[in-house]
Design a protein around this ligand. Structure first.
Ligand code: RRO
Length: 308
């Protein structure tokens, strides 16, 4: 049976539904390591950049990773060249990847978010912008993505600045992700993606001190998959814009579970750390899963019970 894996995400046609989670695959390093072979077998149907900020950042002191049962905690702390460095150095290279480019941005004020969206959105190489809202608003002290009102106000600021699709990357560290998704949708977001990592801490057993240089971090990997599935289900049931599902996807069967619960696309993150080819394998497995279920295309999402 021929299986059609293609999907449409915010008006962008994708060959298949598997993209990367922001910050989990360094495409420029992979190209240095694998050369043109990477382009021939590029594992993702769209590429999401590591989140960038207005100013350059060094990131957190090491250690930045801690392995847990069925997962890992990261505390990378957003190292990046800043907007100008990204536009001048990284974007021209990322634009030569064989798939559409989604640029992920984060800021601690609406003004800085606006500058990022305005400048990134003006570039033809960029297909869509991801707003990473797992960050505090320095004025209110609140984590934007934990609060529907903060999320709505952010979208109100940035929505008029670009016609490019805006994808809001939701945090799982809140009581009601569906309320935040609804606020994002109501203020003009084109899609939501979830989940970012779950807030987590690890201690060094020898010293009793916190292990990670940044203090606490975010948990990802198969350990978080049931949480991610539940949040994707709740968000997909309560809003009508596309949902990009992620959280511990390691197999085609995992990917299909997110699709069955309403995800239009899925992202592979932690699995790529162990095997940079994981997403390619997951794509083949997804195809085989669908064929085995007698399906020639991905499940179609049921209409949401409520909309904006
Ligand atoms: O850079 C990070 O430490 C980081 C970010 Br910006 C994020 O959104 N999620 C995460 O787990 N780590």
């Amino acid at each position: 049976m021929t299986v059609d894996l293609s999907v449409e995400l915010c008006g962008i046609r994708l060959e298949h539904p598997i993209i990367n989670g922001s910050g989990t695959f360094d495409a420029l390093a992979a190209r240095r390591a694998f050369g043109e072979e990477l382009d021939r077998r590029f594992p993702f149907s769209a590429f999401v950049s590591k989140t960038i900020t207005l100013e350059p950042r060094a990131g957190n002191p090491p250690p930045r990773l801690y392995e847990t049962p069925a997962g890992m905690i990261n505390s990378i702390g957003l190292p990046n060249r800043g907007l100008e460095g990204f536009l001048g150095e990284d974007l021209p290279k990322l634009a030569t990847l064989p798939v559409p480019l989604i640029v992920s941005v984060m800021a601690t004020s609406r003004e800085a978010f606006s500058t990022l969206v305005d400048r990134v959105g003006a570039r033809d190489e960029v297909a869509a912008i991801e707003l990473n809202v797992s960050c505090p608003n320095v004025k209110s002290g609140l984590i934007v993505g934990e609060q529907p009102e903060e999320t709505r106000a952010l979208l109100d600021s940035v929505r008029p600045l670009t016609e490019k699709p805006l994808i809001v990357k939701l945090t799982p560290n809140c009581a009601e992700p569906e309320a935040v998704a609804a606020a994002a949708q109501g203020a003009g977001a084109d899609a939501v993606s979830l989940i970012n990592t779950l807030r987590a801490t690890a201690l060094d057993p020898r010293t009793g001190e916190r292990w990670l240089g940044g203090g606490s971090g975010g948990l990802s990997g198969p350990a978080v998959r049931p949480v991610a599935l539940d949040q994707v289900r709740r968000v997909a049931e309560s809003c009508s814009i596309p949902v990009i599902g992620m959280g511990g996807i390691e197999s085609g069967s995992d990917a299909l579970a997110f699709q069955r619960l309403g995800a239009t696309a899925v992202a592979v993150g932690t699995a790529s750390f162990r095997d940079p080819g994981a997403a390619g394998r997951i794509r083949s497995e997804l195809s085989a899963e669908l064929a085995a279920a007698g399906l020639d295309a991905l499940p179609v999402r049921e209409a949401a019970s409520t909309s904006s």
